[in-house]
Design a protein around this ligand. Structure first.
Ligand code: ADP
Length: 464
């Protein structure tokens, strides 16, 4: 296939398209999977954050008495809580928040929230005016000590990024005293570093995996393109072979006619006997030509599976008797005993084209006569099994070697060209017979042994 320019370029194009489409599908699916993973992580992180914030809010709110003041009970519930000692210092000083926080730490082991304690979380308390009162956990250093989320309405989840590029997700909830007075605000947040690291490793895996997948897709595409084109290439080769064979078969009688006409034209004068002989040669070759052309036309009609509206019930016994009658003279000339054995009493009918069915049986019986030497025997028998009509044509002829048996139904295939040509065959007889049998939903099988004879079995569906 690769030697043929047309097929090679088509294969490249097909493989290219296949690889391109597969690559696109893989890319889009990979992106979809990545987004699904990211979304699932985002949702679970948000849910965890909300539940931690809600739990803190619900457990701390009952302990709050005075707005802006954290009671001891509240302090004990939080790990590593650090309180702002002097809230009157200016903003510049407050940026060094860490210094203040080391002074007053409540590290009671009691009631620590496990998620917060794992280190990813931070908690901050703001008074009504938005000034930081206390914080716990590990908040990003760059966060302002004022209530950050100016735009954050209560309960909205927001993402922050510090100067080193680390991302944080946080939530702000209002805290009220038991007298329903606003106490201040609770900010709960968590670092998204682990989540971002995980997504980064997924991205790297995908970026490394995609070229490898594309390589495999490319190899698979090249192989699949060959697989898809193989039957097309085979039928292309068959058509090429058929065209060459047909041209060769047509050329022979045409060349014979031309040679005859040219030799006669060279003569100064021509007798009546010579002209008659010339015309007879032309007629013979013309007959051969028209026979060949009609065989080719029949094959092409059978190939196109044209639905025949002349199909009707044909009596197989009648066909066999007609064929025996027609070939009796030939059998006698060749000193072959031709017999017909019909083992069924009722008329056996097959739905089909009578002319074609006649041709199907005729071709095989004629072959049997042609390839059986004098003194031999050709026996045609008819049998019925289940819903099938079986016609056996058995001869005691030269037989067919096993290596030829699978080719004899091919167009223009002749085992011994010279001998077959003498018998008038063009190598289309059996291919026409098989095409007719297939058009009638039937089959032909051959059993043969070199030097002993052959048996052809035609199987056709019986009409009930
Ligand atoms: P042809 O027109 O040459 O007979 P066919 O298609 O009818 O072509 O047959 C193909 C070849 O099969 C023949 O050339 C012949 O060699 C072989 N063949 C067909 N029938 C028989 C048979 N009954 N015995 C031996 N050889 C046969």
């Amino acid at each position: 296939m690769n030697q043929n320019q047309l097929f090679r370029s088509t294969r490249w194009r097909l493989a290219g398209w296949y690889a391109g489409v597969m690559g696109l599908i893989l890319g889009v699916s990979g992106f979809g999977v990545y987004e699904a993973i990211a979304h699932a992580h985002r949702v679970s992180a948000n849910q965890e954050l909300k539940s931690v914030a809600g739990m803190l809010h619900d457990s701390l709110e009952p302990t709050l008495r005075q707005p802006g003041r954290l009671e001891t009970a509240a302090k004990r519930r939080l790990p590593n809580l650090c309180l702002m000692r002097d809230r009157t210092v200016d903003n510049q000083t407050q940026s060094t928040l860490g210094e203040f926080c080391t002074a007053e730490r409540h590290t009671s082991p009691a009631h620590r929230l496990s998620a917060i304690h794992q280190g990813d979380y931070f908690i901050r308390f703001f008074d009504k005016s938005g000034q930081l009162i206390a914080q716990s956990g590990s908040p990003p250093q760059q966060l302002s000590t004022e209530l950050i989320p100016e735009n954050a309405t209560e309960q909205s989840l927001l993402t922050l990024k510090d100067t080193s590029g680390l991302r944080y997700r946080h939530l702000v909830l209002a805290l009220d005293t038991p007298t329903n007075e606003l106490w201040g605000y609770l900010q709960v947040g968590r670092s998204l570093a682990d989540f971002d690291d995980y997504l980064a490793s997924v991205r790297i895996m995908m970026l490394l995996g995609l070229p490898l997948a594309m390589l495999l897709v490319g190899v698979a595409a090249w192989w699949l393109a060959e697989l898809a084109m193989r039957p097309i290439y085979q039928s292309y080769q068959q058509i090429q072979q058929f065209t060459a064979d047909a041209a060769h078969e047509l050329r022979t009688p045409l060349a014979a006619i031309r040679a005859t006409v040219e030799s006669v034209l060279r003569l100064a004068c021509i007798s009546e006997a010579e002209s008659r002989e010339t015309l007879q040669v032309i007629e013979r070759q013309n007959y051969r030509l028209s026979q060949l052309v009609s065989d080719l036309l029949l094959l092409s009609r059978l190939d196109r599976k044209i639905q025949h509206n002349q199909w009707h019930l044909c009596c197989i016994q009648d066909l066999l008797n007609d064929i025996e009658e027609e070939l009796a003279a030939l059998a006698m000339t060749q000193q072959i005993k031709l017999t017909t054995d019909i083992q069924v009493d009722q008329p056996i009918q097959v739905l089909g084209d009578e002319e074609q069915l006649y041709r199907l049986i005729f071709n095989i019986v004629v072959n049997a006569l042609h390839y059986t030497p004098a003194g031999g025997q050709v026996k045609v028998s008819l049998d019925c099994r289940d819903q099938w009509v079986l016609i056996h044509i058995q001869d005691t002829g030269i037989g067919i070697a096993p290596e030829h048996q699978k080719h004899i139904f091919d167009r223009f295939y002749r085992i011994n060209s010279d001998r077959a040509r003498v018998s008038g065959g063009s190598g289309l007889g059996l291919s026409i017979a098989r095409a007719i049998a297939q058009a009638h939903q039937g089959t032909i099988q051959v059993h043969s042994e070199s030097g002993k004879g052959s048996q052809f079995t035609i199987r056709l569906p019986k009409s009930v």
